[in-house]
Design a protein around this ligand. Structure first.
Ligand code: PHE
Length: 343
């Protein structure tokens, strides 16, 4: 049997180790339960003369202590070295912040809608959504929009089923929704008042110029209760405009006609940009609103003698245009980074 290594030899072995797995192996060689150097030495002590045992035991403890410390010290050194070498070989530091200019972000429309949800959330409105492909019934009939109303005209509405084919009922004829008011109907049919909610989403109309796009965004709102009044509606509209456009935004209420509200109002906000001569000082309509028509409540099995309230529909792009003085609606959809980056 080879003589067991001395303390200086063991310390040298520990110091010579160059990586963590090797250190684990050396540790096992020294401290291993069955064949470790120290374990074997302990056994020798048991065989020693009684008067030598105490002395040998002390020596063993010192040796054990010294080696334990040496192994731990070496482990720390090797761990540090391995972190340092990762830094050298792997130059990608995932904890570093990316340069600002390369960062993507939400398009300004969903950004704005998130803000709308936040502002109305504070006023107690929940958020709901409805389908963009809608029945003629939910998009028109139940909203009290008569058969011959110009809004139904094939020139304004994108029909999915043939508008001239009257063989099917309105519940089986489909359009791309022309407004988010369809969600009013769906919400009222499926909820019991009182409630307040907003319904953001895309809407479609055959219209295209600097202030009209065949697809644009609206958010509808609805508040129904026992004594919800026109005054409540006015204050919600004013709060929303000040929060979402500017605290100093100038606006005016005008009477307006929508078959599903009575009375109906329109709200205009004054264009604030000065770079666009033609719009200077001009009023732009951003919202239609009013007290929900009793027929509409009835269509949704809500008793108009017991419940009343208001509905409104904001044009999202129009609001953002006024807020940021964007002269042309088409800029929203062109995907031009120099434009989008500014928001
Ligand atoms: N649906 C109307 C539009 O698209 C807006 C509106 C909503 C008006 C609710 C009154 C009440 O123009």
């Amino acid at each position: 049997m080879p003589p067991s290594p001395s303390l200086p030899e063991l310390l040298a072995t520990v110091a010579a180790v160059t990586d963590l797995p090797a250190l684990d192996a050396v540790e096992q060689e020294i401290f291993g339960r069955k064949h470790g150097v120290l374990t074997l030495r302990m056994k020798e002590i048991q065989n020693a003369l009684p008067e030598q045992k105490k002395e040998l035991g002390k020596k063993m403890n010192v040796m054990k202590q010294t080696l334990t410390e040496a192994v731990e010290r070496r482990r720390k050194e090797l761990e540090l070295a391995s972190v340092a070498s990762i830094a050298e070989t792997d130059r990608l530091d995932v904890t570093l912040e990316l340069p600002k200019k390369d960062r993507g972000h939400l398009h300004l429309i969903p950004q704005f809608i998130a803000q709308v949800e936040e502002v109305f959330g504070r006023m107690g409105f929940e958020v709901a959504e409805g389908p963009e492909i809608e029945t003629e019934e939910n998009n028109f009939n139940l909203l009290n929009i008569p058969e011959d109303h110009p809004a139904r005209d094939a020139q304004d509405t994108f029909w999915i089923t043939d508008p001239s084919d009257k063989s099917k009922p309105a519940s089986e004829r489909f359009v791309l929704r022309t407004h988010t008011s369809n969600v009013q109907i769906r919400f009222m049919k499926s909820h019991t008042p009182p409630f307040r909610a907003i319904f953001p989403g895309k809407v479609y109309r055959k219209d295209a110029d600097a202030t009209h796009s065949p697809m644009f965004h609206q958010f509808e709102g609805l508040m129904i209760g026992k004594d919800v009044s026109l005054a409540n509606m006015k204050s919600v509209m004013m709060e929303a405009i000040r929060e979402l456009i500017a605290p100093t935004a100038e606006f005016r209420f005008r009477t307006g006609f929508f078959p599903f509200v009575e009375p109906g109002l329109e709200v205009d906000v004054r264009w604030q940009g000065d770079e666009e001569e033609s719009r200077e000082g001009r009023w732009i309509e951003i919202v239609g609103c009013g007290m929900v028509h009793p027929n509409v409540l009835r269509n949704c099995t809500i008793d108009p003698d017991e419940w009343q309230g208001f509905a409104f529909g904001f044009g999202v792009e129009r609001m953002i245009m006024i807020k940021h003085q964007i002269p042309d609606l088409r800029l929203f959809y062109q995907g031009e980074p120099r434009f989008l980056k500014q928001f």
